[in-house]
Design a protein around this ligand. Structure first.
Ligand SMILES: Nc1ncnc2c1ncn2[C@@H]1O[C@H](COP(=O)(O)OP(=O)(O)OP(=O)(O)O)[C@@H](O)[C@H]1O
Length: 302
């Protein structure tokens, strides 16, 4: 198992706990900066992962990288969101307790991307049950739908989530026993329960605090929810005709700069409300329901 840290991994300190000047904000920032210059965007503070948005594609999310982090202890290898994902998964299996990963940060920090990386890690590395082997993929594939209705371009982020998201992934388990033998005699104890499978079998995505006001008002330089533009751009001709829509977003006040008193029509608002009410059914179809859920906090990102 490869666990050696390269010289590059050792730029600065990879855990702020090891920072000599640990109570200096300047030293903290300087360490982040030194690592960031080397495209090392992850640094630990103990079990918390600090992530910096590189705003460019880095070659650190491949399947080979996932393999590197599988089953390896947190501190043996350079900090990574896969390390946190793997650690959380293993804690769930060994402690047999629900786990929670809390992702926080300002707009554009990379929270949504981080959550996708975590899901991708589970989709690729967790054992899969035959009938459910695409669950991780289903959760991932639901993202574009959610983002169409809940994301919009803002001044800080071209794909800003305008709602809070709670997502849980449920894993199956099987209770097993180990019976210990001493001198070929069966001992009464101990009997251990084992979490044997650990395959993702279900999940939920809950949305809350959707910024509904964006439908009728956006700040300068910002846009309405993606779905409006996607509908006008990609909707089939027949649908466009039925909804009496024209393809040019400029025709709609709500898709350019809004003036509520203007005479232009606001059909998109109505369409949005109808589609939004259908969304829960759509998700029920994509994401099957099942048993376990998550609560324990193990880390913070971004
Ligand atoms: N790990 C990463 N690698 C490369 N680019 C990234 C990464 N994380 C984020 N980005 C870039 O930054 C953009 C903003 O990230 P993201 O949408 O995840 O931010 P956010 O914290 O969810 O913002 P908001 O709170 O506004 O929704 C992404 O669209 C992507 O271009």
């Amino acid at each position: 198992m490869e666990s050696a840290l390269t010289a590059r991994d050792r730029v600065g300190v990879q855990d702020f706990v090891l920072l000599e000047n640990y109570n200096s904000e300047a030293a903290f920032i300087e360490n982040l900066r030194r690592r960031f210059r080397e495209n090392l965007i992850y640094t630990y503070i103990g079990s918390v992962l600090v992530s910096m948005n590189p705003y460019k594609e880095l070659e650190i999310y491949s399947e080979q990288q996932m393999e590197r982090y599988r089953g390896v202890s947190f501190y043996e290898i350079s900090p990574h969101i896969y390390a946190l994902s793997d650690n959380t998964y293993r804690a769930m299996r060994t402690e047999r307790k629900d786990q929670c990963i809390l992702i926080s940060g300002e707009s554009g920090a990379g929270k949504t991307e981080a959550s996708k990386k975590i899901l991708l890690y589970y989709a690729v590395t967790c054992p899969a049950k035959d009938q459910m082997d695409t669950l991780g993929n289903k959760l991932l594939q639901s993202n574009p739908v959610l983002e169409a209705f809940g994301n919009a371009k803002t001044l800080r982020n071209d794909n800003s989530s305008r709602f809070g998201k709670y997502m849980d992934v449920q894993f199956d388990f099987k209770v097993g026993f180990i019976t210990f033998y001493r001198n070929e005699k069966k001992s009464n104890k101990p009997l251990y329960f084992l979490l044997k499978q650990g395959a993702p079998v279900g999940g939920h995505i809950l949305n809350y605090l959707l910024e509904k006001s964006r439908v009728v008002h956006q700040n300068h330089g910002e846009r309405n929810f993606h779905i409006f533009y996607q509908l006008l751009e990609g909707g089939e001709d027949e649908l466009m005709k039925r909804l009496n829509l024209d393809r040019n977003p400029q025709s709609y006040n709500y898709l350019v700069k809004v003036s509520l008193s203007s005479g232009k029509h606001s059909k998109c608002c109505l369409i949005y409300l109808i589609i939004l009410s259908d969304l829960s059914y759509l998700f029920r179809a994509i994401v099957p329901e099942s048993a376990l859920s998550v609560t324990r906090t193990t880390g913070r990102l971004s």
